[in-house]
Design a binder for this molecule. Structure first.
Ligand code: ADP
Ligand code: ADP
Length: 228
């Protein structure tokens, strides 16, 4: 799935102040690749991801995700698009505390029209033997694996990840990145990762840099490296 943004603007009204969170943003995110979105806090990274993900609406410009033209899409269709075509991963894992690992992933499975197999996915993320545990019985890295399984079981074309390693120690964070790399290679899922961590840029096929709502730089990595 290729994602194409052309001259996208997003303005938030915050009291008296207008915040121009995206300024004429134009970018292509190629199909089946890993893309890192880098930039300081407040530069518009989450807004970019939220616009692609149909969480936020842009004010002008065009956003095309595969055959989905988001600009004039009705709310109902946007919700369908979000549910069926996309998986979201956040810094906070957002698991449901009263449900087991398997039941949390089942929530994702129920949303999908063509879900993948529960056992396969839990094995792939290394959580099959903990499928009956509850979130509070798991480490942060394990909880993020469950969150990835919940997104992945939907068989999404795109995974949108907002600071997926932000709450994890370095070693655990690297293992989560390796898992995202594995997902990309195994399922051909397009993976967009927002990060403050320049190191993540090195594993990505394409790097996008943002500052003050603008895309200031974008380039392809000649030779993406494994997270070490
Ligand atoms: P990050 O820097 O990791 O993207 P933030 O703490 O800046 O995280 O923002 C987290 C979420 O809060 C974002 O999805 C953003 O849309 C929302 N947000 C950020 N700034 C504001 C604000 N001034 N008012 C309301 N919501 C905001
Ligand atoms: P980043 O993800 O790079 O930290 P964001 O996309 O979260 O940046 O925010 C970009 C700018 O938009 C910031 O100035 C932020 O405060 C502002 N912003 C984000 N979401 C909201 C919101 N819901 N309401 C008002 N301002 C917001």
């Amino acid at each position: 799935m290729s994602i194409v943004l052309s001259n996208v603007n997003k303005i938030y009204q915050s009291g008296e102040v207008n915040v121009h969170a995206l300024k004429e943003a134009s970018i292509e995110i190629p199909n089946k690749k890993i893309v890192a979105i880098l930039g300081p806090s407040g530069s518009g990274k989450s807004t970019l991801l939220n616009v692609i993900g149909g969480i936020d609406r842009h004010d002008s410009g065009s956003v095309q995700v595969d055959d989905h033209q988001l600009d004039k899409m009705k709310d109902k269709d946007l919700t369908e698009y979000r549910r069926h075509s996309l998986g979201f991963i956040f810094q906070q894992y957002n698991l449901i505390p009263t449900l087991t690992v398997e039941e949390n992933v089942e929530v994702g499975r129920q949303l999908s029209q063509n879900p993948l197999d529960m056992k396969e996915i839990l094995e792939k993320v290394g959580m099959w033997d903990k499928k009956d545990k509850f979130p509070h019985q798991l480490s942060g890295g394990e909880q993020q694996r469950v969150a990835i399984a919940r997104a992945l079981i939907k068989n999404p074309r795109v995974l949108l990840c907002d600071e997926p390693t932000g709450a994890l120690d370095e070693e655990t964070g690297k293992n989560i990145l390796k898992l995202l790399q594995f997902v990309n290679e195994t399922y051909g899922t397009t993976v967009c990762i927002i990060t403050h961590n320049n190191g993540i840029g090195e594993m990505a096929h394409k790097v996008i840099r943002m500052k003050s709502g603008e895309i200031t730089e974008h380039f392809y990595n000649e030779a993406p490296v494994d997270p070490e």
